[in-house]
Design a protein around this ligand. Sequence first.
Ligand code: ADP
Length: 252
Amino acid sequence: MISVGIDIGSTATKAVVFDGEVRGHAMVPTGWDPREAGLRAFRESLAHAGLTEGKVEEVVGTGYGRISLPIFNRRVTEITCHARGAHHLHPDTRTVIDIGGQDSKLISLNPDGSVADFIMNDKCAAGTGRFLQAMAGILDVSLDELGDIANGAEPVSLSSMCTVFAESEVIGLLARGIGKGSLAAGIVNTIAQRIQGLAGRVPLVETITFTGGIAQNRSICMNIGTSLGVKLRVPASPQFVGALGAALIGTE
Ligand code: ADP
């Protein structure tokens, strides 16, 4: 049976076509029209799989924009989808760390892969992809470069968690001659501190699978793992784990 999972996130919309294995995928920017982004990702993922819409039996939506698309047979929270996707890729996963464009979450999994507990920060952009993008802009580096220059650098301590205040703080530190590497390492530490804060409610039990867009950046993953004192397992396509989970739920 062919199922398509579509994760309409705050920043990126991801689609996965699944029929026992992944047949196709697509990612488009969500932009200002989540409905249009969902449809585009759906069509592009089918084109990638070499399939037509008529062959699809289930379309499952997740992510913040899931309410906007009429083609969904089912809508499932991203908590359930990330847990399902992570458990499929790494069955020994007991905790999922997901950092997206505008939120971060910790999900605790039972050994059978069901959700035991979760905590989500979606009230402010601190420690999310948006925070990282703003900081990379100030340092005038790409997201990939930010991870690379943070590697091995002595992290500067940043007192501001809030994206707006952290921007002013980083600009001030740059003006005082603090190196970009130390600032980048400090920025990555701030993301780890944010996760540490969530871990007060949902403990970081290994094996920990790291999902979401930021997890694509190997240097940032390594630094976050070191700051948290844990090993992070990163799937091959971490940004697609929620969409994969939605597609898997469609086949059940
Ligand atoms: P959402 O589901 O909320 O749209 P995603 O999980 O798709 O979020 O992740 C989007 C975020 O991933 C972007 O905000 C961006 O900051 C981050 N991102 C994408 N590529 C990279 C990269 N190479 N390095 C670090 N962060 C990245």
